[in-house]
Write a protein that binds this ligand. Sequence first.
Ligand code: SAM
Length: 238
Amino acid sequence: MNVVEQEFDALAAEYENNRLASWYQAHADEMLQHCITIEEGDILDIGCGTGHFLREYMKGKPGLKAVGVDVSSSMIVEASRKAQEAGLENLKFIHADWESMSLAPLSGYNFNIIFCANAFHYFTDPQAASDKLYKLLSDGGMLYVLERNKARSLLTLFWGFLHSTFIKDQVVFYKNSELINFFEKSGFTGVRIIRSIKKYFWKNKIFTSIVLLEGKKSDAAGNDSITTGTITGKQGSK
Ligand SMILES: C[S@@+](CC[C@H](N)C(=O)[O-])C[C@H]1O[C@@H](n2cnc3c(N)ncnc32)[C@H](O)[C@@H]1O
């Protein structure tokens, strides 16, 4: 078991009640507000934690199927229990490491949207992880990644230094330009920041600097967004 798995196994039971729960849930709110909302189709959340975001996204959408993937088995246990309690039968969770998992368990789905919130900085090979997201996403689908904004945060720079020097896990925070570069290199088009938040003393955290990025996978006809007519909401402005 790697250090990330251990860390999140230990946090899982209290993840939706601890000091940072409202901070992470505020990120989910931002995503719900600014990402495309579809009523039908398949969606995927990589590094889903206890599944709070997917549960919220799925509310009132019986035509939607969702899958969450997480490397922490305890997160998956919590996520599955909470989804069951909420009566969300179309919401499934898989215990797996995104970087090494086979895509076979996901082969029955056509993912219109893939989300990855607060998890990309754990990947040991970010380019390969991004390439895999591109491979799995359906043609015409959308990718949304929420990450720290290293360039605008001394605290994030400091945490990055702590992780690489003392904690010695695989956490690496990126500049926005580096994130955009990973996704464009994988083949995503229209990669851009759709939401940027910089706040002091927000939701129990001294300093927050995060960005929400989107990317598109063009379909064979060259259309570069979901055009199924199932969209009920669209991202707002920055
Ligand atoms: C900070 S939590 C974020 C959880 C949720 N997305 C949120 O925003 O509240 C990061 C999650 O990513 C998961 N994770 C880290 N590396 C992963 C990997 N390689 N594959 C799948 N999940 C991973 C962790 O287990 C953890 O649950």
